[in-house]
Design a protein around this ligand. Structure first.
Ligand SMILES: CC(C)(COP(=O)(O)OP(=O)(O)OC[C@H]1O[C@@H](n2cnc3c(N)ncnc32)[C@H](O)[C@@H]1OP(=O)(O)O)[C@@H](O)C(=O)NCCC(=O)NCCS
Length: 189
């Protein structure tokens, strides 16, 4: 396969992109979205999302066949933080594509004027954690016993962030107000 390309998702891509996304959800290990999710509703929300100026979705595409290999998205919140998410078909993982896709998503976050990028990742997702750490994200916390899964299990989630604004990267808390007394100190790692 020639070097995959990264391009914006359009309305005609949604069905195929959703098939790839559903195949990742079907693995049951990596995404918040679980097997059996409502694909028609998701297709509609992706369609609506294409009109939303606070959202962008990129596709990873095989240039030889035009087949979609994965997608990544950015959503810019009103408070200036861009949330990213991504999913690649199993057969193309571990070849540097996730890194290229994440770099492109971070570029979009900068275009949006985000001061920070954030995301959540399952604690068992070695590849995603490795990818985010490789791009400078730090672990900001752990949501304990947070997400109830369809099978009844409850999973923790790791919260990670990448501060983009150079004026905020000096380790300051980003708040001019003092902490309440007795609040435990916490340093991102
Ligand atoms: C997570 C995911 C997007 C990463 O993409 P990828 O193409 O597999 O990752 P890359 O090959 O670009 O690797 C990028 C970096 O991640 C790290 N990494 C990749 N796989 C890893 C693994 N299995 N263990 C530890 N680190 C790993 C490496 O540091 C690598 O940096 P390097 O290029 O310097 O070696 C991809 O595996 C995926 O889609 N997984 C399923 C869905 C998912 O987990 N989405 C994220 C939910 S939070």
């Amino acid at each position: 396969m020639a070097d995959p390309m990264i391009r914006e998702m359009g309305p005609d891509d949604i069905t195929e992109a959703l098939e790839v996304f559903a195949s990742v959800a079907q693995e049951g290990l990596w995404l918040g979205t679980q097997p059996g999710f409502d694909q028609a509703a998701r297709a509609e929300s992706w369609r609506v999302g294409l009109e939303d100026p606070t959202r962008r979705t990129l596709l990873v595409v095989d240039p030889d066949t035009g087949r979609i290999l994965g997608n990544g998205s950015v959503h810019m919140a009103r408070y200036g933080v861009a949330e990213v998410g991504m999913a690649l078909a199993a057969r193309v993982r571990g070849q540097g594509l996730g890194g290229r896709l994440l770099d492109a998503l971070i570029d979009i976050a900068r275009e949006f004027g985000a001061h920070k990028v954030d995301l959540q990742v399952w604690p068992h997702n070695d590849a995603a954690l490795g990818l985010y750490l490789s791009r400078g994200f730090v672990v900001e916390g752990r949501l304990r016993a947070h997400y109830r899964r369809a099978d009844g299990q409850v999973w923790d989630a790791i919260v990670m962030g990448l501060i983009l604004d150079p004026e905020l990267t000096d380790g300051s808390r980003g708040s001019g107000l003092a902490d309440a007394p007795g609040l435990p100190t916490f340093s991102p790692s």
